[in-house]
Design a protein around this ligand. Structure first.
Ligand SMILES: [Zn+2]
Length: 593
């Protein structure tokens, strides 16, 4: 027997799940899902079947013809959780497991009404990537196993449920005051793309195949911000081939959602921090949409090959940005990515094995390994391949790659022979082994230049020497240009310099969180007290890890702000997602004194 994924008990000698049927009863009072998961094995099977679980209470297991299935839960392993070993009687085609989740299941965040926009109803959302589906249901929790699924979800009347699936009707629930929503996902997906959200939700159509869901208070703003999504889908189809998932709907979550977006098929989950009111942050939607091809159609086999998901998707996102907004905007997007890449490499150290694209994650928690490296180093490799063979040939390659591997999950070592067969010699030419198996950034990394970028960085880097943008320059900047300027400013400034920036760039009141947080990182890191109230406001409201990590890190620089950070965290902690909480605890753990 062999385990194929360091993060799963899934065993190569055992049957694979072919289809999943889920019945979930959403209990807001106890903050648990009471569930039945029916795993269809296709062929008659017998003997051991190992599933992943974490913090699940297993009630019973039986075959489809009603025979009891013996099972044993293994010891708790810190990263993997507990192996559920079923002993299938001969001829088992289906096994039904009755179970219950724990109130602190990592995949599930239960929000009290006051943590929502409307403040009247509770809210539940899931986040299964990377290996948290096992806290929501017993399953083969590895991207190697893909299943279509059907789900019946019972929720309080008056609330709405959405899933990474198509809606398939509703009926009165099993108890008064409940309704059961039915979902059908005909396409096979890996467990990390299973997704559920329940709350007071409203929807607005954006096109014949795209709709945005959000709390009623937010849905109009969301519909305005994402109005361009149909044009984006069409541009993506021109670049990467037909959209295969039928619908592209989006859900805007409450502010504690820990990521910018999550590419749950048919229902992208998005942070409300994208609602900048100026449509400037929709590149996150371009990213999640691009995953419909790279990631959701062609999927990394395990988290050790995460760059195949994210490197290709960042590259695809930038191609979409170029198609929609031109090459100047794309160069700025690459520059913003470069900043994130540099910070991730600095955080791990340039010689850290976590800076490799093809990682070795045995014994490593994928959430600990998470960084911008698979995204931005990966995208630079894909872009280097594109530049080396030329765009036309590379686009043909990408179409062939998607066609060959669609609805499968692949490793780096399966990608390489395909690359060699389709584009002979190019791997050696770019030194792909250094990119994949070497640490740090290779010297032949592509550099993306633009006039605006040169001007902005020169102006920012001259700040210490007295250079200042003119009022005309400032007025002419779009939000991305403003962000680039801030990103290239020194990290520690005098109170006078902070005051000048805030007065001339009107930074502290901004609603665009990219600009706002970049500014607060500089100002808080400079111990500039006039922003402390705004820092408290952002950290108490927003749970997006991209913002929490640098902001809490900046507060660590001075004794006064360290104390402020600890105090804010103590108050805000209960409202944070478990993933965000872990990130902040690790940042605070690095404070001295
Ligand atoms: Zn992504």
């Amino acid at each position: 027997m062999t385990r194929l994924d360091p993060h799963s008990y899934c065993d190569s000698d055992q049957p694979r799940t072919r289809r999943l049927d889920l019945a979930l009863d959403v209990d807001f009072a106890r903050q648990v899902l009471v569930g039945r998961a029916t795993l269809d094995l296709g062929d008659p099977s017998s003997g051991p079947l190992d599933l992943d679980t974490k913090d699940l209470a297993i009630r019973s297991a039986r075959t489809d013809d009603g025979r009891a299935v013996r099972f044993v839960l293994g010891d708790e392993e810190p990263i993997l959780g507990r192996r559920l070993r079923l002993d299938l009687p001969a001829g088992t085609r289906q096994v039904e497991i009755a179970y219950e989740t724990a109130p602190d299941a990592v995949a599930l965040q239960w929000l009290a009404p006051e943590q929502t926009e409307g403040k009247r109803h509770p809210f539940l959302f899931s986040q299964c990537q990377s290996i948290h589906a096992r806290t929501m249901l017993p399953c083969q929790d590895t991207p190697l196993v893909r299943v279509p699924y059907r789900a019946e979800v019972t929720i309080p009347e008056g609330l709405a449920a959405v899933m990474s699936a198509g809606p398939s009707g509703q009926r009165a629930g099993p108890r008064p005051g409940t309704r059961t929503w039915v979902f059908e996902m005909p396409q096979a997906i890996p467990s990390y793309l299973l997704a559920l959200a329940v709350g007071d939700l409203a929807a607005k159509d954006l096109s014949h195949r795209a709709r945005v869901w959000a709390e009623p208070e937010t849905v109009a703003a969301a519909a305005w911000e994402f109005a361009g999504v149909e044009a984006m889908i069409q541009a993506a189809e021109r670049l990467f081939g037909p959209y295969e998932w039928d619908r592209y709907d989006m859900l805007v979550l409450p502010p504690s959602f820990p990521y910018g977006g999550m590419e749950n098929p048919r229902m992208t989950f998005l942070t409300p921090t994208l609602l900048a009111g100026d449509r400037s942050l929709v590149d996150v939607v371009a990213h999640e949409l691009a995953h419909s091809w790279t990631g959701n159609l062609v999927t990394n086999a395990t988290m050790e090959h995460f760059w195949l998901n994210e490197g290709f998707t960042v590259w695809a996102e930038r191609r979409l940005v170029e198609a929609l907004h031109g090459s100047e905007a794309t160069a700025l997007a690459w520059a913003i990515g470069q900043k994130a890449l540099d910070e991730s490499v600095a955080r791990f150290g340039a010689d850290s094995p976590l800076t490799k694209l093809r990682t070795d994650l045995a014994g490593v928690d994928p959430d600990e390994a998470f960084s911008s490296i698979p995204y931005e180093k990966g995208a630079r490799l894909v872009s280097l391949l594109e530049q080396t063979v030329g765009r036309e040939r590379f686009d043909r390659f990408v179409h062939a790659y998607i066609a060959r591997f669609r609805f499968t999950s692949i490793t780096t070592e399966e990608f390489l022979p395909f690359l060699e067969a389709e584009l002979p010699g190019v791997a050696a030419k770019v030194g792909i082994r250094d990119w994949l198996y070497g640490v740090g950034m290779p010297a032949n990394a592509p550099v993306f230049r633009s006039d605006a970028l040169t001007t902005l960085t020169a102006l920012a880097e001259g700040f210490a020497g007295g250079a200042r943008p003119s009022p005309e320059q400032i007025t002419a900047w779009n939000p991305t240009q403003m962000l680039i300027y801030l990103q290239h400013l020194p990290r520690a400034l005098s109170a006078g310099d902070c005051a000048w920036l805030d007065a001339n760039l009107a930074l502290t009141p901004r609603g665009n969180h990219e600009i706002l947080v970049e500014w607060l990182v500089i100002a808080a890191g400079s111990d500039y007290a006039p922003v402390f109230a705004r820092v408290r406001d952002v950290l108490s409201r927003v749970g997006r890890m991209k913002y929490l990590r640098p902001l809490y890190a900046a507060l660590g620089r001075q004794p006064r702000t360290r104390a402020l950070a600890r105090e804010i965290f103590a108050g805000a902690r209960p409202g944070y997602h478990a993933l965000s909480r872990r990130v902040i605890e690790s940042v605070l753990g690095k404070y001295d004194g």
